[in-house]
Design a protein around this ligand. Structure first.
Ligand SMILES: Nc1ncnc2c1ncn2[C@@H]1O[C@H](COP(=O)(O)OP(=O)(O)O)[C@@H](O)[C@H]1O
Ligand SMILES: [Mg+2]
Length: 299
């Protein structure tokens, strides 16, 4: 029996020329699925008493079977709300948006992700989330050295270990500077998990870990590929933690970050709604894009 496939998919991405998006495009086309690249800032929405229309270069986006969000972009609050609204409207009009808007929103916000991980009783490093510079400073005094991160962000941007005596004794300046640079108005302060020099990224698709890697080295404490972390094969079993984490944020496609401490205890750091796989592909012996296309194109 042949697999029933969807006929049209949209890729919601601000970088349709990237290798990842091109590979995925090839993969879906091989399965006979039409691909439409949608640049988020070129979408038009028309609202009137009778109707709500959503179009891209003259094409009606509600005719898509699936809209696959590869990156949401939209750091500006107006663009962000517009894109969230647009994807919600598509959902309401019958398009299957992957990941769901609510799931993307949860993972876009590290504090919200943490809330879900905690509700699912997953192990997370003890954290303080606050807008108060005073309380943030107190956390640093009590938990030195510790990790500071912005409430939203990716690629390791703004994730820093506060470990210098100089920074501890000038903690208000440090926090003010961090806030100016990463401009998010809220701090996440977190226990520092001393790892053996790597963390683990697990790629979960529809409740299954399809592949995982160690990310070794990188800038400061961040092992992100964006921060210079190098992919290596992973031999640590993170299946249960990764699958439960992805489930807790209701993601169909999720990149879960897990870090081991010196005793080999595993901690979940975060979950990502629009994970890349260029690094992961280097240590994976099947074509990840093809596998994703195969799964997401099934009816
Ligand atoms: N509490 C922590 N202890 C040790 N290392 C951490 C901690 N939090 C983050 N890191 C390191 O920083 C990286 C980036 O942090 P993460 O929370 O995943 O933010 P981002 O969204 O920028 O990837 C992690 O992959 C890990 O290598
Ligand atoms: Mg991360």
């Amino acid at each position: 029996m042949t697999t029933q496939r969807i006929s049209k998919i949209g890729f919601f991405s601000s970088d349709p020329w990237s290798r990842r998006v091109q590979n995925l495009d090839d993969a879906f086309r091989r399965l006979g699925v039409d691909v439409l690249h949608v640049l988020p800032w070129k979408v038009l929405r028309w609202g009137s008493t009778e109707s709500h229309e959503i179009s891209y270069e003259g094409k009606d986006l509600t005719e898509l079977d699936v809209m696959f969000v590869l990156d949401l972009g939209g750091n500006d609050i107006g663009a962000f709300f517009n894109r969230v609204g647009l994807l919600s409207a598509l959902t309401e009009l019958g398009v299957n948006v992957i990941n769901s808007v609510s799931s993307i929103l949860l993972m876009r916000n590290k504090a919200e992700t943490m809330r879900k991980l905690i509700s699912a009783r997953l192990p997370v490093p003890r954290s303080l989330i606050t807008e108060s510079i005073e309380d943030a400073a107190e956390f640093v005094r009590q938990n030195f050295p510790c990790v500071l991160k912005p409430i939203t962000g990716f690629g390791g941007a703004g994730v820093q270990l506060i470990h210098r005596e100089f920074d501890r004794s000038n903690i208000y300046d440090y926090l003010k500077f961090h806030s100016q640079l990463f401009g998010k108005g809220a701090f996440i302060l977190q226990e520092f998990v001393k790892s053996p020099g790597y963390d683990i990224r697990a790629f979960v698709l529809d409740g299954e870990v399809i592949s995982s890697m160690k990310r070794v080295g990188g800038e400061g404490i961040t092992n992100n590929i964006h921060a210079g972390g190098v992919p290596e094969k992973n031999d640590i079993d993170v299946t249960e933690l990764a699958v439960r984490s992805a489930k807790s944020v209701k993601g169909r496609i999720v990149g879960v970050d897990i870090i081991p401490d010196q005793n080999g205890v595993l901690w979940v750091l975060e979950a990502n709604a629009t994970p890349g796989w260029a690094g992961l592909q280097q240590v994976t012996d099947f074509d990840i894009s093809q596998h994703i296309a195969d799964v997401l194109s099934r009816k």
